[in-house]
Design a protein around this ligand. Structure first.
Ligand code: HEM
Ligand SMILES: *[C@@H]1O[C@H](CO)[C@@H](O)[C@H](O)[C@H]1NC(C)=O
Ligand SMILES: *[C@@H]1O[C@H](CO)[C@@H](O)[C@H](O)[C@H]1NC(C)=O
Ligand SMILES: *[C@@H]1O[C@H](CO)[C@@H](O)[C@H](O)[C@H]1NC(C)=O
Ligand SMILES: *[C@@H]1O[C@H](CO)[C@@H](O)[C@H](O)[C@H]1NC(C)=O
Ligand SMILES: *[C@@H]1O[C@H](CO)[C@@H](O)[C@H](O)[C@H]1NC(C)=O
Length: 346
């Protein structure tokens, strides 16, 4: 056998082996073991996100943070024990979502004890909460502008959430610090952190699009307004008019840590393309948003999104979310199904 065909056979064997050991999620994993699970989650989200729409942002962000540390395994929900857990890593605004997930978990446990993982609950609740968010705004717009007939009430991003994730048993603050991107990171670092998760530059741009909803603390960007290089200066990559506005109305000094600032002013409750329009106008709130203009691939991805249709954005965003939801998932006999999402089973 020639060395070329030898390596081809080896390659084939390896592919088969990887295929066998690679985690496989499947659509409707609980169809037999807990047929009502997905409906219970969806109904709970539907009912509660209407009253607290800002939770949708917290939930999708929680899903992101979970997936970037040890894979999507609900490690983000574990309480600190002898070691400090991920949920104690800064910034932990996502904490708002913890009791929400706990409530869903108890409903699902009452239906089928020990069957549905906390990791799947996060993934499903994140998707469902974005769907509800978009329904609310669309119904609202629909009532205002009833002549717009082509506006579907269901419009918005949607993605499949195949299930079967199992929960991890380890959560570590140090790992969270080193794996989760920071708002101060440049493009190179962001690219590396995403590549570590099997995500490319296009995913980076698309997933950053989640900043079309939600809020931030001043401390995540106030260095750009007040002390960018330690000389009391401003970030030259931030539009100066916008910076002045933020200083007057949002973050009055560098230590202001209380104000909640939207990343997509004017439409922070709507999933749309306006976040990307702000980024193009050098009004991205974080250095990490602004960094997306410093690379030709990410910049042209943004331009294509902005000049394309919103439906195209939703479809592309959905694909990246589905990819993110599969990062290093535990399946089969790996991990466990936690009884309580904050605690490893004893
Ligand atoms: C590219 C790297 C990213 C960085 C550096 C980053 C950074 C941040 C920061 C600093 C905040 C504000 C936190 C605060 O000050 O309270 C934030 C908020 C948020 N992020 Fe990101 N993020 C990134 C990617 C993502 C991804 C991939 C998603 C989801 C798919 C996401 C979704 C959100 C949402 C929804 C909020 C608002 C949360 C809320 O309103 O409670 N981000 N992000
Ligand atoms: C986890 O920690 C939170 C905050 O410290 C606490 O309120 C909660 O009771 C803990 N959960 C469990 C199950 O111990
Ligand atoms: C959030 O993280 C900080 C550390 O950055 C920690 O001191 C704080 O207790 C955490 N918040 C909650 C409510 O657990
Ligand atoms: C990006 O940040 C890293 C870490 O801070 C630094 O080593 C690198 O030189 C920076 N890259 C660019 C292109 O500025
Ligand atoms: C700006 O940063 C420099 C260097 O870190 C520091 O010495 C200075 O006190 C800071 N100025 C303000 C106003 O925070
Ligand atoms: C936030 O600001 C308040 C005062 O406005 C201060 O007491 C608190 O320690 C600050 N927290 C952080 C994390 O800097």
């Amino acid at each position: 056998m020639g060395s070329q065909s030898y390596s081809q056979v080896l390659f084939l064997c390896l592919t088969v082996l990887i295929g066998l050991t690679q985690a496989q999620l499947q659509q409707g994993f609980y169809a037999k073991s807990c047929p009502k699970a997905e409906k219970i989650i969806q109904d709970f989200v539907d009912e509660h996100i209407r009253n607290a729409p800002s939770l949708a942002a917290a939930l999708i962000r929680m899903h992101f943070h979970d997936c970037f540390v040890r894979g999507c395994d609900a490690s983000v929900l574990l309480n600190s024990t002898s070691n400090q857990a991920e949920r104690d890593a800064p910034p932990n605004l996502t904490l708002r979502g913890f009791s929400f997930i706990d409530s869903i978990k108890s409903l699902v446990e009452a239906e089928c004890p020990g069957v549905v993982s906390c990791a799947d609950i996060i993934a499903l609740a994140a998707r469902d909460s974005i769907v509800v968010t978009q329904k609310i705004t669309h119904i609202y717009i629909y009532m205002l502008v009833s002549t717009i007939t082509d506006m579907g009430l269901q419009g918005g991003p949607y993605w499949n959430v195949p299930t079967g994730r199992r929960d991890g048993t380890i959560s570590n603050l140090v790992e969270a610090r080193s794996s989760i991107p920071s708002p101060f990171h440049n493009l190179t670092t962001l690219q590396t952190l995403f590549a570590n998760q099997g995500l490319d530059l296009k995913d980076l741009v698309l997933l950053s699009g989640a900043h079309t909803i939600g809020i931030s603390h001043c401390t995540s960007f106030s260095n750009r307004l007040y002390n960018f290089t330690g000389k009391g200066d401003q970030d030259p990559d931030l539009d100066s008019e916008y910076a002045a506005n933020l200083k007057s109305f949002k973050c009055k000094n560098i230590n202001d840590n209380t104000t909640h600032v939207e990343m997509d002013p004017g439409s922070r409750k709507t999933f749309d393309l306006s976040y990307y329009r702000f980024v193009l106008k050098r009004r991205g709130l974080f250095q990490s948003d602004a960094a997306l203009l410093t690379n030709s691939v990410t910049k042209s991805t943004i331009i294509n999104l902005v000049y394309g249709s919103v439906e195209n954005f939703f479809a592309e965003f959905g694909k990246s979310m589905e990819k993110m939801g599969q990062i290093k998932v535990k399946t089969g006999t790996q991990g466990e199904i936690r009884k309580h999402c904050a605690l490893v089973n004893s």
